[in-house]
Design a protein around this ligand. Structure first.
Ligand SMILES: Cc1cc2nc3c(=O)[nH]c(=O)nc-3n(C[C@H](O)[C@H](O)[C@H](O)COP(=O)(O)OP(=O)(O)OC[C@H]3O[C@@H](n4cnc5c(N)ncnc54)[C@H](O)[C@@H]3O)c2cc1C
Length: 238
């Protein structure tokens, strides 16, 4: 695994998706160390001076695959720091990145059920974007939920990837709004994740999203659906 590097990056584009959710496209000003799908970066708004400590930062899954530029993250405004990001980031601004980190890597040697809540999808997109070129030997099912259909930001790309990949299926969920035909009403649930698996007692379940969602899923998948902890893998957003 690569040693993390600290690199400045220029903001290329900020795409608003509504409800305080944004795609942020970044052009690194130095070589990006190799990273794997599912890994994350630290983003600092304040300048980094190598003679000082690393400034305050937050972590975000890297939504784009290694080798593709701009580097992409998807973030939601939930607290003080992400509010600063919403207010201060402009095209042309410089931020500092520290990457890569994390071990949230999806294995394809068994069936995989992926559960993404909102911006949690970004932990899966680099992996999913590669599927049309490397079809998985075992079924991969993604359950992707958001508050409204507009916040299912990756739905158009996922529809393309699904058409091009045997063994890959997506179920969409939205809590409110005008639901297109392929979007189911309501929230992501353990029941839906369990039912989506061809064989829930051998599949691995991967979860990415806000802390409350992750805590809820890991507890109920184990206690109520008897899925062993070794097959419940989370991208811990703590
Ligand atoms: C592995 C991982 C991947 C993530 N990926 C994404 C993603 O793709 N998209 C996304 O929107 N969010 C992602 N998050 C969550 C994100 O990093 C922020 O924690 C979240 O957006 C909280 O918002 P905030 O920082 O504005 O909230 P704040 O209220 O500012 O802080 C929230 C938390 O940050 C920590 N914190 C507080 N002060 C400091 C400080 N001075 N220095 C360091 N930490 C502090 C505390 O744990 C606090 O509870 C991810 C988190 C993890 C751990």
């Amino acid at each position: 695994m690569s040693t993390p590097s600290k690199i400045p990056a220029r903001v290329d584009q900020i795409i608003p998706h509504g409800h305080g959710t944004y795609s942020l496209l970044l052009l690194p000003e130095r070589r990006v160390p190799r990273y794997l799908p599912g890994q994350f970066l630290h983003l600092a708004l304040d300048p980094y001076d190598p003679s000082q400590h690393w400034p305050e930062s937050r972590v975000f899954s890297i939504a784009s695959p290694y080798g593709s530029l701009p580097l992409r993250i998807l973030f939601s405004v939930v607290g003080r720091y992400t509010r600063r990001m919403e207010q201060e980031l402009r095209p042309g601004a410089t931020v500092w990145l520290k990457l890569p980190y994390g071990e949230f890597c999806i294995k394809t040697d068994a069936e995989a059920v992926l559960v993404a809540g909102g911006t949690g999808i970004s932990a899966f997109t680099a992996f999913l974007g590669a599927l049309p070129h490397q079809p998985p030997p075992h079924p991969v099912t993604l359950l992707y939920g958001a508050r409204t259909p507009e916040l299912l930001v990756y739905r158009p790309l996922l529809q393309q990837w699904q058409r091009a990949t045997p063994n890959f299926r997506v179920l969409y969920f939205a809590e409110s709004g005008d639901l297109p035909n392929d979007v189911l009403p309501g929230r992501l649930s353990c029941q839906a994740a369990f039912t989506a698996a061809h064989n829930p007692h051998s599949a691995r379940f991967y979860f990415s999203g806000p802390p409350a969602m992750l805590a809820n899923f890991t507890r109920h998948m184990h206690d109520d659906f008897h899925i062993d902890h070794t097959r419940l893998i989370i991208d811990a957003w703590e």
